[in-house]
Design a protein around this ligand. Structure first.
Ligand code: UDX
Length: 442
C-alpha cells in the first residue's frame, strides 16, 4: 500500500520504518531538512534499538523515502498518518497546532480518496477537528474529494518501539467509514497474523483509550511508590510485596516497580492532559490528580534519603549518579527524575559526577552548563571522590557491578538505589550501607 507519514519524529519514524518493512511503499515527511538529510543517508537522529537497521534496509530497498516536499508527500499515500508532536500547553492540555497544520496540508494538496490517520496522542474530539480542517481546505479550493479520518493511537514503549510495533498486543482503530476500516485491517494484517488484534471502535473511544492506558499504568506506579514509603516505615520490603500481589492474575506482574518516579514523554503529559480535559468538562479526576502529585514527590525521594544520611547542607559532598535517561535503552531526558535529583543536590551545595551509557549528550543539552555537575567517562569514574553512589536508571550494565571496587573507591560505602537493583542481604554482607526504595524489612 502507499503510505505517507507526516512528522518524522519518534512515533512517525517508527511507524514509517516498520510499515515499509512489510513491503508498503512509504514516504516520511518532515519540515526539518537537516533531519530528512540524515534519514536519507540511513542515519537516525534518535537512539532506539533496532530502528537503524529497519530504516537502512528499507531505504536501500527503495520502499522508504524521506522528503520535505509537502505536495508530493500528500499525493503519494492513500493512507496519511499524522505523527507530529502534541506538546503540552501551559495549562497541561495538548497543543494541537501541528496536528491541525498537517491536516490542512493534506486538504490543500489531495486529489483522490485519503484516509487521514491520527497517530499522535490527541484528546477526544480531535478527529472532528482534523476532519473540519481537511474539509475547509478542500472547500477553499472548490474541490469535493472523499476522505475519512481514523484514530489509531500508538502504544510504543521507548527502547522497545520496533518490537512493540511489529508484535502489537492490540491495534486500536477508531473510524466511522467502512472503506477506511478495510484499508486499516489490510495494513495491519501482517502485524497481527495469528490473532485478530484489531479493535475497531468509534473515534472518541479510540482517542480516549490511549489516555486511559497511560493513566492506568501511571496509577500503578504511583500506587506502588506510595506503598513503598509506608513499607519503609513499617519494616516491609516492597519488592516482596510486589511479588506477593503480582502473582494474582487480576493484578499482574508488570508496572509494579517502585522507583524514582515515572518520567518520559507520555505519562506525565497524558496524565496532566486527562486531568485538564476533565476540568474542562466540570469533573475533578481525584485519583489521577493524586497520581501526578505522588509522582512529583517521588522524584525527590532519593534526595530525601541523601539528606537523611548526610544532612541538609551538602556543601563539600560529591555524589556519583548512575543513569540520567528517564528509563534504560533510551537517551530521552524528558521529565527524567535525574533532572530533579541533580538540581536538588546541587541546590544543597553538593557536586555531582554523572554517567549514563547513552544519554550523556542529551543530558548535556538538557542541563546546559550547570556548575557542580560533571559528566564522567564511565561508571567507575563517577565513584572517584564521591560520598555515595545514587542509582537513578536501571541500565543493564548497572545490575551486576564490581561491588568491591565500589566499596574501595567511594569515600564511604553508601549506595542509595532508586531502582532496587541489589539484594539488601548481599549488600549487608559486603559491608555496604544500602538504601533502596521501600525496603524496610530487616
Ligand atoms: C509509555 C507507555 O508504556 C507506552 O505504551 C506509551 O505509548 C508511551 O508511554 P514509555 O514512556 O516509553 O512508554 O516508557 P515506559 O516503559 O512505559 O516507562 C514509563 C516510566 O515509568 C519510566 O520512567 C519508568 O522508569 C517508569 N516505571 C515503569 C516505573 O517507575 N515502574 C514500573 O513498574 C514501570
Amino acid at each position: 500500500m502507499k503510505v505517507t507519514v507526516i512528522g518524522s519524529g519518534y512515533v512517525g519514524l517508527v511507524t514509517g520504518a516498520c510499515l515499509s518493512d512489510m513491503g508498503n511503499d512509504v514516504v516520511c515527511l518532515d519540515v526539518d531538512a537537516r533531519k530528512i538529510g540524515l534519514l536519507q543517508d540511513g542515519k537516525i537522529p534518535i537512539y532506539e534499538p533496532g530502528l537503524q537497521e529497519v530504516v537502512r534496509r528499507n531505504v536501500e530497498a527503495g520502499r522508504l523515502h524521506f522528503t520535505t516536499d509537502v505536495p508530493a508527500a500528500v499525493q503519494h499515500g492513500t493512507l496519511q498518518f499524522i505523527g507530529v508532536g502534541t506538546p503540552p500547553d501551559e495549562d497541561g492540555s495538548a497543543d494541537l497546532q501541528y496536528v491541525i497544520a498537517a491536516a490542512r496540508s493534506i486538504g490543500r494538496h489531495m486529489t483522490d480518496y485519503k484516509v487521514v490517520i491520527d497517530k499522535s496522542t490527541v484528546p477526544v474530539g480531535t478527529a472532528a477537528k482534523v476532519k473540519a480542517a481537511v474539509a475547509e481546505e478542500l472547500a477553499a479550493r472548490g474541490q469535493s474529494v472523499d476522505f475519512a479520518v481514523v484514530s489509531n493511537p500508538e502504544f510504543l514503549k521507548e527502547g522497545a518501539a520496533v518490537e512493540d510495533f511489529m508484535r502489537p498486543d492490540r491495534v486500536v482503530v477508531g473510524a466511522d467509514d467502512e472503506r477506511a476500516v478495510l484499508l486499516m485491517r489490510a495494513l495491519y494484517a501482517p502485524f497481527t497474523r495469528n490473532r485478530d488484534r484489531l479493535l475497531v471502535m468509534d473515534l472518541a473511544s479510540a482517542e480516549f483509550t490511549k489516555y486511559a492506558a497511560n493513566a492506568m499504568l501511571a496509577t500503578r506506579i504511583s500506587f506502588m511508590n506510595e506503598l513503598a514509603l509506608l513499607a519503609e516505615r513499617v519494616g516491609a520490603d516492597i519488592e516482596l510485596v510486589r511479588r506477593g500481589i503480582g502473582s494474582d492474575p487480576r493484578i499482574g506482574t508488570q508496572f509494579l516497580y517502585a522507583g524514582a518516579g515515572y518520567g518520559g514523554s507520555c505519562f506525565p503529559k497524558d496524565v496532566k492532559a486527562l486531568v485538564r480535559a476533565a476540568q474542562d468538562n466540570g469533573i475533578t479526576l481525584q485519583v489521577l490528580t493524586a497520581v501526578e502529585e505522588a509522582n512529583e514527590r517521588q522524584k525527590k525521594v532519593l534526595v530525601d534519603k541523601v539528606v537523611r544520611r548526610f544532612g541538609e547542607d551538602l556543601t563539600g559532598r560529591q555524589f556519583a549518579l548512575w543513569g540520567l535517561a528517564f528509563k534504560p535503552d533510551t537517551d530521552d531526558m524528558r521529565e527524567a527524575p535525574s533532572r530533579v535529583i541533580v538540581e536538588e543536590l546541587i541546590r544543597r551545595g553538593a557536586d555531582v559526577a554523572a554517567f549514563d551509557p547513552v544519554a550523556m549528550h542529551e543530558a548535556r543539552r538538557s542541563f546546559g552548563d550547570l556548575p557542580g555537575l560533571r559528566f564522567v567517562a564511565d561508571q567507575a569514574a563517577a565513584l572517584q571522590g564521591s560520598d555515595a553512589l545514587l542509582i537513578v536508571t536501571e541500565w543493564r550494565q548497572f545490575k551486576s557491578p564490581d561491588f568491591e571496587q565500589i566499596k574501595a573507591t567511594l569515600r564511604q560505602p553508601v549506595i542509595i538505589d532508586g531502582r532496587n537493583l541489589y539484594d539488601p542481604g548481599l549488600m549487608a554482607s559486603l559491608g555496604i550501607e544500602y538504601v533502596g526504595i521501600g525496603r524496610g524489612a530487616r
